[in-house]
Design a protein around this ligand. Structure first.
Ligand code: ATP
Ligand code: MG
Length: 301
C-alpha cells in the first residue's frame, strides 16, 4: 500500500513543488514506484517534469471533479517508476465546484483509493493556501511533509501551521501524521539560516528531518529544463540533498512497518529515528546541524 504524503505549507515559495518533484524523482531512482499528483492550479510540478501547457491534456480536474477513470488521466513522468497526475489552470474551477459537491473534502481520497496498491509513494503537491484543494490533499494523506524556508519568523509560521493541522485532524482526518518538517533554502553562510535551523530543531525535535535542503542554483534551474535535479546535475548539492531526503523517508517508512504503529500527535517518526536525530543533534544543534546533506543522514543506511 502506498504511503500518501501531502506536501503542504500555506506560505508561498517555500519549496513545496521543488520538494514534490525532486523527492518524487529521488524515490523513483531508489526503485520505489511513485505517483506525483499536481494539486496546484499553478501547475508548477507538471511543468517542472517537462510538460508544457496543453489544453487537450487531462488533469486532476477530470479525475477528481468529473470522475473520469484515473488511468485516463495518469501520464508517464518520463522517468522510470514515476507517474504524474498533471494539473492546469482549470483546477481553479475545481475549488469552486467542490463547494457544492457531496463529501467535498474527500473527493481526492476517493479518487486515489483504487491506486494505493499500485505505488509505494503518492506525493501530493499542494497550492500555497489552505483552500479546499489542500483540505482534499490533507484528507487523502497519511502524512504531511512541511517544507520551511530558513528565514525570519519561520518558527511562528510552522507553529501556526501545526495548530491548523491539529484542528484539521479532529475534523477531517484523525490519522494524519507529520511526515516531517523540512528545512529548505538553507544557506550555511548566514547566521540567520543557522539560527532558524537551530530554533526549529530545538522546538520540534525529531519532527524535523535530518536532511536539509541547501539553497542551490541547480534546484532553481532544473525546472526550466523540464527535469528533476538528479537528471539535470546529479553532482549538485541540491541533488545530493534530495537523494538524502528520499533515503530518510524510506528508512522511516520501513521502521514504521516494522513497528506496526505510528503516533499521530507528536513525533510521527519511529523511535529509532528520534534516537538517531538526538544523537546527531547533540553535536549538530549548535551549528553542525547546518551541514546540509551531511554525514549524519548517510549513517542511517
Ligand atoms: P508556491 O507556494 O508558489 O507553490 P512552492 O512552495 O512550491 O511555491 P517552489 O516553487 O518549490 O516553492 O520554490 C519557489 C522558488 O524557489 C522557485 O523558483 C524554485 O526554483 C526556487 N527554489 C526552491 N527551492 C530552492 C533551493 N533549495 N535553492 C534554490 N532555489 C530554490
Ligand atoms: Mg508550488
Amino acid at each position: 500500500m502506498a504511503r500518501v504524503i501531502a506536501i503542504a505549507n500555506q506560505k508561498g515559495g517555500v519549496g513545496k513543488t521543488t520538494t514534490a518533484v525532486n523527492l518524487g524523482a529521488s524515490l523513483a531512482s531508489s526503485e520505489k514506484r511513485v505517483l506525483l499528483i499536481d494539486s496546484d492550479p499553478q501547475a508548477n510540478a507538471t511543468s517542472a517534469l517537462g510538460f508544457t501547457r496543453d489544453p487537450a491534456r487531462r488533469t486532476l480536474y477530470q479525475a477528481m471533479i468529473l470522475g473520469e477513470a484515473t488511468e485516463r488521466v495518469i501520464i508517464d513522468g518520463q522517468i522510470d517508476r514515476l507517474e504524474l497526475i498533471p494539473s492546469d489552470k482549470n483546477l481553479v474551477g475545481a475549488a469552486i465546484e467542490l463547494v457544492t459537491m457531496d463529501s467535498r473534502e474527500y473527493r481526492l481520497k476517493q479518487t486515489i483509493q483504487p491506486l494505493r496498491d499500485k505505488y509505494d509513494f503518492i506525493l501530493i503537491d499542494c497550492p500555497p493556501s489552505l483552500d479546499i484543494l489542500t483540505v482534499n490533499a490533507l484528507a487523502a494523506a497519511d502524512s504531511v511533509l512541511v517544507p520551511v524556508q530558513c528565514e525570519f519568523l519561520a518558527l511562528e509560521g510552522v507553529s501556526e501551521l501545526l495548530d491548523t493541522l491539529a484542528r484539521l485532524r479532529r475534523a477531517i482526518n484523525p490519522s494524519l501524521a507529520i511526515e516531517g518538517i523540512l528545512l529548505t533554502m538553507y544557506d550555511d553562510r548566514t547566521t540567520l539560516s543557522k539560527q532558524v535551523a537551530a530554533d526549529l530543531r530545538s522546538f520540534f525535535g525529531a519532527q524535523v528531518f535530518e536532511s536539509v535542503i541547501p539553497r542551490n542554483v541547480r534546484l532553481a534551474e532544473a525546472p526550466s529544463h523540464g527535469m528533476p535535479v538528479i537528471f539535470y546535475d546529479i553532482h549538485s548539492r541540491g541533488a545530493e540533498s534530495y537523494i538524502q531526503l528520499a533515503k530518510e523517508v524510506i528508512v522511516n517508512a520501513e521502521k514504521r512497518l516494522g513497528s506496526g504503529t505510528e503516533r499521530v500527535d507528536q513525533g510521527a517518526r519511529a523511535p529509532a529515528a528520534s534516537a538517531a536525530a538526538a544523537g546527531a543533534g547533540s553535536s549538530g544543534s549548535d551549528g553542525g546541524s547546518g551541514s546540509s546533506s551531511g554525514g549524519s543522514g548517510a549513517g542511517a543506511e
